[in-house]
Write a protein of this length. Structure first.
Length: 420
């Protein structure tokens, strides 16, 4: 008898011969149940177990825990000196912790709702997010901008809702049009929604950074769907050329008084030391913090620039405190953690067999990646100053809440991955 293994079975061909010592009759290679002393052996379970990306969950928990620690370190001085914070050094950390609880709840809810549900609500949800942006006009401005909706003691930033609704909408449209996205006309049609949202965010809330992020989310998702390098290269060249003209016009203006505050930020970006006491104050103080940190930093809690020198240090400029207290080593470690997070998200997108779910995950990747890059670029004066929070770390309830909801979306899609 040939005892070589059969290709379609995990046993030898002569295994079906009755063994008088064991009295076992095994199944044929079609997988029928065998009998062992008259008892039917249980079938092997074919039930699919949800995939859980523990690596990504660990990275998220690490960033959140680190964010609370560095937020307390960065904000305790200003909070203890501010009567609006009840002179409580842990004021910002406590508020962030409350939002974090809501964020975990949102993540759990989104992770357990079948993402096919968004096929039904993508358009109403996107329109509702734009209506919420318009509602900002009904509230008093803060620092010259209307960006929040106030509900009792809570404030909500509709721009964050627009971002996640843009992801859902773009995933739906890309899946529907498919190969038709190779047409420029179709691409322009798909971009109507994100362009409308970006214009509303810019003109209603004066929030240029969120408008840019919404556009990058949409463009990034289209690029992944149809990586037509020539078209995107030409489009990028056009955008860079237009930005260059704006920078040239701002830097060669005859009078600075006639410039808007965005143009003033541009000239401060070009020469922050020249405007160190005016337009470039926040930028130059952040650069001082980065430079004084050295390779390994001054030590956790030992920053000097957080002692009233950097305005709003707990928000957009918190990365400068990371550099000052933990040095280049700590900054690179945090950047590496964000890199690993983005890699795990794209791994999930790549292994998802459903196109719609895959593009939902790609949208989350585009959002987090773009926001991290913009924040670090602003802090290091690589681009002109614009308000962008560092995901999971900067103070901001709305940003944390909806970023956690996006992570729940990724976990939801990941559950359908079948790993052999």
């Amino acid at each position: 008898m040939d005892k070589t293994r059969d290709r379609n079975a995990g046993y030898r061909r002569d295994d079906c011969i009755r063994d008088p010592d064991r009295d076992i009759r095994r199944s044929d290679r079609k997988g029928n149940a065998y009998r062992n002393n008259g008892r039917t052996a249980p079938r092997r379970s074919t039930k699919h177990h949800p995939y859980i990306d523990y690596s990504m969950i660990f990275i998220i928990i690490f960033l959140l825990a680190f964010g609370l620690v560095i937020l307390y370190s960065a904000s305790y001085y200003e909070a203890s000196m501010d009567s609006g914070c009840n002179c409580d050094p842990a004021f910002y950390m406590k508020k962030q912790l409350r939002w974090l609880v809501f964020g975990f709840i949102a993540m759990a809810l989104v992770a357990n709702i079948k993402y096919e549900f968004y096929h039904k609500i993508w358009l109403p949800a996107f329109i509702a997010s734009l209506v919420l942006v318009a509602c900002c006009l009904a509230f008093d401005p803060v620092n010259g901008a209307r960006r929040w909706i106030y509900i009792g003691s809570f404030s909500l930033q509709p721009a964050e809702i627009v971002k996640i609704c843009t992801i859902i909408m773009m995933a739906e449209l890309i899946t529907r049009f498919g190969t038709a996205l190779s047409s420029l006309r179709v691409i322009l049609f798909v971009m109507v929604g994100p362009l409308s949202a970006a214009l509303m965010l810019y003109f209603v809330t004066k929030n240029l950074s969120s408008a840019i992020i919404v556009l990058f989310i949409a463009i990034g998702m289209i690029f992944v769907a149809r990586p037509d390098y020539l078209k995107f290269f030409l489009a990028a060249a056009g955008v860079i050329g237009a930005a260059g003209l704006v920078v040239y016009a701002a830097s060669n203006s005859s009078t600075q008084d006639s410039l808007g505050f965005r143009s003033k930020r541009i000239i401060a970006w070009l020469d922050p030391e020249k405007y160190a006491k005016t337009y470039g104050y926040q930028t130059i103080q952040a650069l001082y913090a980065i430079g004084s940190g050295g390779l390994f930093g001054k030590g956790l809690g030992k920053s000097m620039q957080k002692l009233g020198y950097i305005p709003e240090v707990q928000n957009d400029m918190i990365f400068s405190i990371i550099c000052e207290e933990l040095g280049i080593f700590g900054a690179v470690a945090i950047i590496a953690m964000f890199g690993l997070l983005c890699w795990r998200i794209m791994w999930i997108a790549d292994h998802t067999k459903d196109a719609y779910g895959s593009f939902l995950v790609v949208g989350v990747f585009c959002h987090i990646a773009v926001q991290v890059v913009l924040n670090i670029a602003v802090v290091t004066n690589t681009i002109p100053n614009t308000g962008v929070t560092l995901p999971f770390i900067s103070y901001g309830g709305s940003s944390l809440l909806f970023t956690m909801a996006e992570i729940g979306l990724v976990l939801n899609v990941a559950k359908h991955i079948q790993v052999e």
